[in-house]
Design a protein around this ligand. Structure first.
Ligand code: MOS
Length: 728
């Protein structure tokens, strides 16, 4: 049930199961000394909701009991024996057609809190008059895009292991994208000093947004462990993850966009409709890409939120951009078809030469080259523009393209680099590795700066005892933490050379530091061996090791988004985005409605690429997810009960290897002189953007059908669920 209250609860049978240690219900669960409050500029919570605190039911899947047992089997069995009686009420559920919440007015929040990485966003953007600009448009397009609910499915489940070392000292092993956030959150909620909470998470099996914020399972594990007087491990099941750690909300996006006969965009209005829990507003800023992507002189956006009996949605890969770029890029492709202009040409005519939000320069932008190189690599010129004009036997062949982009986020970060007389260096930071290669890039940057082979550098990560790293999120960790590591290694290098040249009796005493170089633990002068080593310099100074701290501080938490007065851009007076172009080829079997993606080609300008192998892997993963957004992923809800029904990997469809074609990824050389000392923009988020639009356009090109409901499933191709571009 999704709404109502617990009337009675009986735990006797559950408590009698052999191996059961404790049974908690909302009546017996220990209370938090302090509850999550939003906004919080230090702590990112998944939601401010505190389950197990009273008997009210707000959504299906809400935790209402917890069994501690010696074995997982005993705990699961006992949980089935807790007997509840409920007073059920009629739930209000999502955007499902059976309830048609779309007919309700909803409410329009003035600003939206997106956690400290992004801060506040205005609930509505107004640039000129989008609606009035449309009146003068020679060509107008109007449509509703329906995007399904999508759920996080990292391979690794979400889990907490809480161990109290003493009455006021907690160690939490957590599947975390940000151990400092979990430390700060748990300390606040449990009423402990931060230094009394240690959070450990070195390697995490995928996060994608769901493991960044603090969610209830972590504090429930800690409260239970304290009450039981022994460590507790709480692993969410795959099904529980569907209602415990957020999701990408179902959303309907209504767009009106207009252009001149020459294809110059004049204005747009964007209205997003989605559901939010009863207790707080969450809305993914899906209109955001319209603010920066093209030279769009007039824009009006709104978001309408409907209170429903649902758990809070949250960040999911490229939040804002993933749905927003889909709609915008689909619209560009539909306009191109209306105007009879090549889709790339239409984008060039609307290229934003300056940052549209404030007219400032871009830090760097090589989008036009992405189009050009991508078109060449893909063979775009071989596409005949008419839909249904390309065939292979019985198959309809379609080609589509889209732009890709993601905001560059910059977060404060610290790292420490230590060099020892054994010739080994360490680079340390609290960051986790969620599959992005954190340890690798830290070692690489350190090794490069200290002139050491990679094998001689070790990384210490994933523990709040280490220098504080930011959240592994927003495609910002490599750039932000990498810059801190670079600063630390650079300072350390300088200190080693200063010891070598500034210590009387040193063979290098009085040498100019600028002539010296470090190479494999040795010191070179003017490129020649000096016979001196770094270890020797340390020993002569009576040291066994030498450490330096480095910090990257961009001067604000993240990049300010449109109209945000809270965080300034003093040190980033430029638009900062990564860009790309993605091309897709599909083959459609018109008899069966089956779509096969045959080729995906992406060309990206993401700043300097530190490690091509890691970066390419990020893009392949992101592009695969974009394909999944287009053709596979949908969480179904049973509208009678407000319950998600396919909460497992057998029915929540994701592409398998056989579905995924070879993905051709190219990076343009694009070091950015403004963003950070490394010139890195980040690659973790951009891959998913634009892909679904390129595929939807390829499906149109193959079949002649404009499909605006995602995912695009075979029945849509068989049903004639066809939307032709509307020329008003
Ligand atoms: Mo990513 S959605 O910032 O983890």
């Amino acid at each position: 049930m999704a709404r109502g209250a617990i009337r009675t609860v009986d735990t006797l049978a559950a408590e009698a199961v052999p191996g059961v240690v404790r049974v908690f219900t909302p009546d017996t669960m220990p209370r938090l000394p302090s509850v999550p409050e939003q906004p919080d500029w230090d702590i990112m919570y998944g939601s401010s909701f505190v389950p197990m605190a009273d008997r009210t039911i707000h959504y299906a899947g809400q935790p209402i009991g917890m069994v501690l047992a010696e074995t997982l089997e005993a705990a699961r069995h006992a949980a089935t024996l807790i007997h509840y009686e409920f007073a059920a009420e009629e739930p209000v559920v999502g955007l499902d057609v059976t309830t048609d919440l779309a007919g309700e007015p909803g409410h329009e929040p003035e600003q939206i809190w997106l956690g400290f990485v992004a801060g506040y966003l205005p609930g509505a953007v107004k640039r000129g008059s989008g609606a009035a600009a449309l009146d003068h448009a020679a060509v107008r397009l109007e449509g509703r895009w329906r995007l399904s609910t999508n759920h996080h499915n990292p391979m690794e489940l979400v889990a907490s292991t809480a161990s109290w070392e003493s009455a006021d000292r907690l160690t939490l092993y957590e599947t975390s994208q940000h151990v400092a956030n979990h430390r700060n959150g748990l300390a606040k909620l449990l009423g402990l000093p931060r230094e009394n909470v240690r959070v450990v998470a070195s390697y995490v099996g995928g996060g994608f947004g769901c493991k960044g914020p603090v969610w209830p399972h972590s504090w429930l594990a800690a409260l239970a462990a304290k009450a039981a007087g022994r460590p507790v491990r709480l692993v969410l099941s795959r099904a529980q993850m569907y209602t415990a750690v957020g999701y990408r909300e179902e959303q309907w996006i209504d767009l009106r966009i207009g252009a001149t006969q020459e294809g110059k965009l004049l204005g747009a209005t964007v209205t997003k409709l989605s559901a939010t829990p009863a207790w707080e507003d969450w809305v993914e800023p899906s209109w955001y890409p319209f603010t920066f992507m093209y030279d769009l002189p007039a824009l009006e956006t709104r978001c309408r939120l409907l209170r429903a009996n649902v758990m809070a949605p949250t960040f999911m890969r490229a939040p804002g951009e993933a749905p927003g770029m889909l709609v915008q890029e689909c619209a560009m492709n539909e306009l191109a078809a209306e105007l009879g202009v090549d889709p790339i040409e239409l984008r060039l005519r609307n290229h934003a030469d300056v940052y549209p939000i404030d007219g400032s320069q871009w830090s760097s932008k090589r989008l036009k080259e992405c189009y050009r190189v991508g078109a060449e690599r893909f063979g775009w010129a071989s596409r005949s523009p008419t839909p249904r004009s390309m065939r292979e036997g019985d198959l309809l062949i379609g080609m589509g393209m889209a732009s890709a982009s993601h905001t560059v986020y910059r977060q404060p970060a610290s790292a420490r680099v230590t060099i020892t007389t054994t010739g080994i260096a360490h680079v340390a930071a609290s960051a986790t590795d969620i599959g992005t290669g954190t340890a690798t890039f830290l070692r690489q940057i350190t090794a490069d700066e200290l002139g050491l082979p990679l094998d001689a550098v070790q990384a210490l990560i994933g523990d709040t005892g280490l220098p504080e790293a930011p959240m592994q999120a927003g495609a910002s960790l490599t750039s932000s933490l990498g810059s801190a590591a670079l600063a630390a290694a650079r300072t350390l290098r300088g200190r080693v050379l200063a010891l070598a040249t500034g210590t009387e009796g040193s063979p290098l005493y009085g040498h100019n530091e600028n002539d010296l170089a470090l190479d494999d633990g040795r010191i070179l002068a003017g490129g020649n061996p000096t016979g001196q080593t770094v270890s020797g310099v340390l020993r002569r100074a009576g040291l066994t090791e030498l450490s330096s701290d480095g910090r990257f501080d961009p001067g604000g938490m993240g990049q300010v988004r449109s109209g945000d007065p809270v965080r300034d851009r003093r040190e980033a007076p430029r638009g900062m985005h990564s860009f790309g172009a993605i091309f897709a080829e599909v083959a459609v079997d018109p008899e069966l409605g089956l779509i096969r993606v045959r080729r995906l080609t992406g060309v990206y300008a993401c700043g300097r690429i530190l490690n091509p192998k890691l970066a390419e892997s990020q893009l392949i993963g992101g592009i695969t997810w974009g394909m999944s957004q287009a053709l596979f992923e949908v969480t179904h809800m049973d509208a009678r009960f407000g319950r998600f029904t396919n909460t497992n990997l057998s029915e929540y469809m994701v592409p398998v290897n056989l579905d995924v074609p070879v993905i051709d990824v190219t990076f343009l050389d694009d070091p950015d002189p403004y963003i950070n000392p490394l010139g890195v923009k980040g690659v973790g988020e951009i891959g998913i953007t634009g892909v679904a639009a390129a595929i939807a356009d390829a499906v149109w090109h193959a079949t002649g059908k404009r499909l605006r409901t995602l995912p695009i499933l075979p029945d849509a191709l068989l049903d004639g669920d066809e939307i032709s571009s509307t020329r008003c």
